[in-house]
Design a protein around this ligand. Structure first.
Ligand code: ADP
Ligand code: TRP
Length: 317
């Protein structure tokens, strides 16, 4: 079976943009690949975050992902910082990757601009840790959003440099793009739906009924906005109703109120079972921890074996 790996930072609750852009794809890929999914808590440290908050957000993200369909029976699911190989390999990659390549990364430039008083070295070497996440398990496929392609390209460059210097060990990494295009912000549909755009821009999977109703009611309905709402309906709604509304939209007859009402109903129907699973898992934190511990054991075994080979190649052993 082909292998695949992806991670997500515990920096807030999952919203429907994250779900459609990433998590939905992960859930579906679990049947076709041997998968590794992890909480990228070390990457979250590049943003100033309170320790208690980081711990809580990691737990909440684990609950969110399990509730959305990440299945520990099918996939290896763990927390990045629990498997020591990630940081070990990241250091080796730090010693291979030119600073100039790191400085070119769009995410580094964007994040530095967002937090000018906290341009830490971790922000710069973030892609070396990401390359380590991927290459530690020798996986070839990485499902990511468009925004991560540059980092994957750098992972390939790092693997090539390593193979050239120390002998061929790492495979070529390929992105697996999600079939869902970017979801746009409800309150500003020319921008992407994002935590950094504020809560009015998204529906979080933990939002209660009243909040969902309010947020969709307030959604902007200019040309881009209506397109975005219709597209959201195509993912959450009924196919026949979608086709009928799309026809009305093309004919200039679609009532925004109707679109919003139908979309609200469809999102609430999607959220109901997810939120029930969230509630059940929250009542059982021991189970969540056990799932992560089991995942860590499985990941650690493979990581240890590969790190041992890598250390020999590099001369550390
Ligand atoms: P946010 O922008 O809300 O902080 P992150 O940057 O943490 O989200 O992204 C987590 C994952 O969700 C990434 O894989 C990213 O590609 C995907 N993603 C985030 N926002 C969207 C969106 N609006 N549409 C589609 N995918 C998204
Ligand atoms: N950088 C990714 C993001 O911001 C998260 C991530 C960390 C990741 N390590 C990874 C994604 C390895 C894929 C593979 O969304």
């Amino acid at each position: 079976m082909k292998t695949l790996l992806s991670g997500i930072k515990p920096t807030g609750h999952i919203h429907i943009g994250n779900y459609l852009g990433t998590v939905k794809n992960w859930v579906e890929l679990q049947d076709k690949y041997a998968c590794y999914f992890f909480l990228a808590d070390l990457h979250a440290l590049t943003i100033k975050i309170d320790p208690k908050e980081l711990q809580k957000q990691s737990f909440d993200l684990a609950v969110d992902l399990l509730s959305l369909g990440i299945d520990p029976k099918k996939s290896i699911f763990f927390k990045q910082s629990d498997v020591v190989g990630h940081t070990e390999l990241a250091w080796i990659f730090n010693c291979l990757v030119p600073v100039s390549e790191l400085e070119r990364m769009t995410q580094f430039k964007d994040e530095s601009a967002k937090q000018p008083d906290n341009v830490n070295a971790g922000l710069l070497t973030y892609p070396a840790l990401q390359a380590a996440d991927i290459l530690l398990y020798l996986v070839e496929n990485v499902p990511v959003g468009q925004d991560q392609i540059q980092h994957l390209e750098l992972s390939r460059t790092i693997a090539r440099k390593f193979n050239k210097r120390y002998g061929k060990f790492f495979p070529e990494v390929k992105p697996v793009l999600s079939p869902t295009p970017k979801v746009m912000a409800l309150n500003n549909p020319i921008k992407k739906m994002s935590k950094s755009m504020g809560p009015a821009s998204y529906v979080a999977i933990r939002d209660d009924k009243e909040t969902v109703i309010k947020k969709i009611k307030k959604a902007i309905t200019d040309e881009q906005g209506v397109k975005n709402l219709l597209e959201l309906y195509s993912y959450f709604g009924n196919q026949k109703k979608y086709e009928a509304m799309f026809k009305d939209y093309k004919a200039g007859k679609l009532m925004n109120i109707k679109l919003k009402e139908e979309l609200t109903i469809s999102i609430l129907a999607f959220l109901e079972p997810v939120q029930k699973r969230i509630k059940d898992l929250e009542k059982n934190p021991g189970l969540v921890q056990k799932i992560l511990d089991d995942g860590t054991k499985r990941a650690q075994k493979i990581a240890q074996k590969n790190m041992s080979e890598i250390k020999k190649l590099v001369g550390l052993k």
